[in-house]
Design a protein around this ligand. Structure first.
Ligand code: PAF
Length: 280
């Protein structure tokens, strides 16, 4: 496995690489969810590149950029074990030699749900994804369905800016207790983790009540409201059925595939989850 930290090293690797390249963009702190993305990448291209970069542009001033988990040695171990061909792990000054004046705007879709609670977050995500695509020049890039709004926006980024990268997505990976894997789960105490389980439970409740969009959404909201009463550290942000591609809200009698997106704060930690539901 090759490890590179700058564009010169990356270009040397890229120019010497024959065949197609799949990129798995990450912020490190790799877990089994990332490993699923890497496994998928192997099926999509001849060579697999993983980027590891904690992108300051996507963190708000009161967010966890400084304390975001960083463990490059363990990440490299995982990449080596998973047959990754190249790891691009740049320093901050390599990605941003100066404060960027020109960035990508995530538009209306980037200002709702996660974007409403985290202003500027998706502008930062799309800016770094565009820069990573420029540098790695992948044929295909793999994203997790856990960050459903990020996935939808990356698809729009590629379509609207003609980036010519095929986007593949991989289903959410869950722990045995049902919690969706996330690098931020390590912030949760045992009690907070128990509170966070309200999210997958709300998705299950919605799936059981999926006769109409309205009944499914209500079931999720009821489950989360009950959980808030039991767990004061849990505070719901949103539980809403949306169109997967546009992130517009579904009408109560919506028919077809929709995504139920959930977000809550558990103590100081933001937890998100989602599931696709079909209404006939
Ligand atoms: O999903 C993530 O880990 C990040 O948002 C990404 C796509 C690597 C951009 O920094």
């Amino acid at each position: 496995m090759t490890q590179v930290a700058d564009t010169r090293g990356l270009n040397a690797w890229r120019n010497a690489t024959r065949g197609t390249v799949a990129l798995v963009p990450t912020m490190g702190a790799l877990h089994d969810g990332h490993r699923r993305l890497i496994a998928h990448a192997h099926g999509e291209a001849d060579a697999v590149a993983v980027s590891i970069f904690v992108n300051p542009l996507q963190f708000g001033p009161d967010e966890d950029f400084e304390r975001y988990p960083r463990d490059l040695d363990s990440d490299l171990e995982i990449c080596r074990a998973d047959g990754v061909d190249v790891v691009f792990a740049p320093e901050l000054h390599e990605m941003y030699p100066r404060d960027p004046e020109v960035t990508v705007s995530a538009g209306r879709m980037g200002a709702v749900f996660e974007g409403a609670s985290r202003p500027g977050h998706f502008d930062g995500v799309l800016t770094v994804v565009a820069k990573l695509f420029q540098r790695v020049r992948p044929d295909v890039a793999i994203f997790g369905q856990k960050d459903a709004q990020q996935l939808a926006l990356v698809e729009r980024l590629v379509a609207d800016l003609d980036l010519g990268v095929h986007i593949e997505s991989v289903p959410i990976v869950r722990d045995a207790d049902g919690l969706a894997l996330s690098s931020r789960n390590r912030y949760l105490s045992a009690a907070e983790r128990e509170s966070a389980l309200a999210l997958p439970r709300a998705l299950e409740a919605a799936a059981h009540e999926a006769t109409t969009a309205a009944s499914a959404q209500d079931a999720a909201r009821r489950t989360l409201a009950d959980a808030e009463l039991q767990h004061p550290e849990l505070s719901l942000d949103y539980a809403t059925l949306v169109d997967r591609a546009t992130f517009t809200k579904c009408s109560p009698d919506f028919r077809g595939d929709a995504v139920l997106v959930l977000a809550a704060r558990v103590g100081a930690t933001r937890v998100i989850d989602n599931a696709t539901l079909t209404f006939g």
